[in-house]
Structures are given as structure tokens and as C-alpha cells.
Design a protein around this ligand. Structure first.
Ligand code: AMP
Ligand code: ZN
Length: 286
């Protein structure tokens, strides 16, 4: 039984008859997960659909999209693509220019999270899966702890339950898979994936330092990473949804009156685009 399958069973991530929307960037982790989820979908009785967000970052996004589309076509997996430029009118770099922000990764994260949630709600799926592996999750937990952002920290559980029509259920089938295992799987199976880093990736971030610290810790105490994650999951699962409002503009979850995606798009496009994203996926679902 694969480690992904074990993780799905351990945390009861899917049930027979579920529709799982898997967010795939084209990197090694999400491409490996596409292959594994496709392989086990029949046995576990769920339907797999892939979501790719084309951010319009020059050649990098072009190549990533090509890889995701090829992978899905070869496997016979249905997929949907949201193209920031064609569907909304601005690429991520253009968005960044309009907003005059330096926090590119955080802006990109906000856009991706919004699109994933909107897609899952409109496509009426049971859950949205991401390819966050054990190392990613641990780094984010430590980072949020250092920044004392407990709200964000608590959300890093293997299953985030949803609220019908507002917040999609989220699952992380690679919660107990190490990064090197995902890389080995991709290389061993000669999978096509994008091996370049995003040109906007920040270097020297808190993440990089925390990564080094965790590697050192694991070397001294092998197994400590997974044991920590299991304790964390036990402690916070079911307690991760804090208070939230519904965005007055698009109706999806928001921590304030208007969600950050509607606010950001209002600033850069002159009008909030949450409802537009929702209607794009509603159309795709017809
Ligand atoms: P990141 O925010 O880049 O660390 O990515 C976290 C997860 O989001 C990945 O494991 C993927 O499942 C998903 N993801 C990242 N980028 C994209 C993208 N462009 N399109 C679809 N899913 C993505
Ligand atoms: Zn909104």
C-alpha cells in the first residue's frame, strides 16, 4: 500500500463516491501526487479532477501548464485550467505592478487559495487536495509559530472540514510523505515535471532557515518530524475553523466584510472579481 493511500486512510480523507479536485502546479510533488491519486482512485472509489492555475509568469507558467495538461491527457484525468490573463485580464506580474507590492508570494498565495476554494465550491466536489508534503507543512507550522500567527498555524492539519457552499473541505494526502520521497517517486518513474524554481521565489526567507533547522533535528532524532505532525494533527483537527464572515461581494468565506481577493482585485482592476471567478467555474461545470 502506498504511503499516500495509508495517509488518506489514517486521516479518513476520502469516502467512496467522493469527487476530489487536486490542485496541480506542475512541480514534482503535485505531478507525483496526480499519478498516485489516479492509481488509487479506482480502489478507493473516488473520482479525480485536476485544477491548474496559469499565473502567466512568462515561460515558467507556459511550461508548467503544458506539463499538467500532458500528464492529465496521458492518464485520462479530467482537468480544468484557470488562466489569469485570459480569464481575468492580468498575469501575476501585471497584478504585482498594479498593486506596487513586493510581497509577491503572499499575493500569489491569496490568489491561489481563493481560486482553489471557488473552483471546489462551484464544481461541487467533496474536497480539494493539495500536494503539501510533511516538510512543507512542518515549515509552515514553525513559521507561523515564530510569527505568532496561531490562526494560520492551526489550519495546517491533514483535513480541514468545510462549510457547505462557503468553504471547501481541504485535504493533504502527502501529509506524512517526505519531500525526498516525492522527488524519488517522480524521478524513479521518469515523470515529466517542472524542475525550475518560480522566478519570484524569495531566497533567505524564514522558510529556508527553518528547513535547515528541521533537517538537523531529524538527523539527530530520526522520525521526529512525523511524530510531531501526528501529535499536531490530533491536537488541532476539528478546531481549525475560526470565526469567519461571508464576503459581501462574492459570498465566499472572509475574515472581514469583503474578502482579500475581492479587495485586491478591486484595487488593481477597478472592480472586485470574486464573483467572476465563481461564474467561470460554474460555466465549466455545465
Ligand atoms: P505552494 O503554495 O506553491 O507551496 O503550493 C502549495 C500547493 O498548492 C501545491 O502543493 C499544489 O497542490 C497547489 N498549487 C501550487 N501552485 C499551483 C498552480 N499554479 N495551480 C494549481 N495548484 C497549485
Ligand atoms: Zn469576495
Amino acid at each position: 500500500m502506498s504511503k499516500v493511500e495509508k495517509t488518506i486512510n489514517r486521516y479518513r480523507m476520502v469516502s467512496p463516491g467522493d469527487k476530489v479536485l487536486l490542485a496541480v502546479s506542475g512541480g514534482k510533488d503535485s505531478i507525483a501526487l496526480t499519478h498516485i491519486m489516479h492509481k488509487i482512485s479506482e480502489k478507493l472509489g473516488f473520482e479525480l479532477i485536476v485544477l491548474h492555475i496559469d499565473l502567466g509568469i512568462e515561460d515558467y507558467s507556459k511550461r508548467s501548464r503544458e506539463i499538467v495538461e500532458n500528464t492529465c491527457r496521458n492518464l485520462g484525468v479530467n482537468y480544468v485550467v484557470l488562466d489569469l490573463k485570459n480569464d481575468l485580464g492580468l498575469t501575476l506580474p501585471e497584478f504585482v505592478k498594479k498593486l506596487k507590492t513586493r510581497r509577491i508570494c503572499s499575493l500569489c498565495g491569496t490568489i491561489k487559495r481563493y481560486v482553489m476554494n471557488a473552483a471546489a465550491i462551484e464544481l461541487n466536489v467533496s474536497s480539494i487536495a493539495t500536494a503539501h508534503h510533511a516538510d512543507d507543512v512542518l515549515i509552515y507550522i514553525m513559521k507561523n509559530f515564530i510569527l505568532q500567527d496561531y490562526e494560520a498555524m492551526k489550519k495546517l492539519v491533514p483535513v480541514n472540514n468545510g462549510v457547505i457552499g462557503v468553504v471547501a473541505k481541504k485535504i493533504k494526502p502527502m501529509y506524512e510523505v517526505y519531500e525526498y520521497e516525492a522527488a524519488l517517486y517522480a524521478v524513479h518513474n521518469k515523470l515529466e515535471f517542472i524542475d525550475r524554481e518560480c522566478p519570484f521565489k524569495e531566497v533567505g526567507s524564514i522558510e529556508d532557515n527553518v528547513r535547515k533547522f528541521l533537517e538537523d533535528l531529524e538527523k539527530r532524532s530520526p522520525g521526529i518530524k512525523i511524530s510531531f505532525l501526528r501529535k499536531f494533527a490530533k491536537k488541532y483537527t476539528g478546531r481549525e475553523i475560526g470565526e469567519f464572515n461571508k464576503c459581501k461581494v462574492c459570498g465566499l468565506a472572509s475574515s472581514s466584510d469583503i474578502c482579500s481577493f475581492c479587495r485586491l482585485t478591486e484595487k488593481s482592476f477597478g472592480k472586485p472579481l470574486g464573483s467572476v471567478v465563481r461564474s467561470i467555474f460554474r460555466e465549466k461545470n455545465r
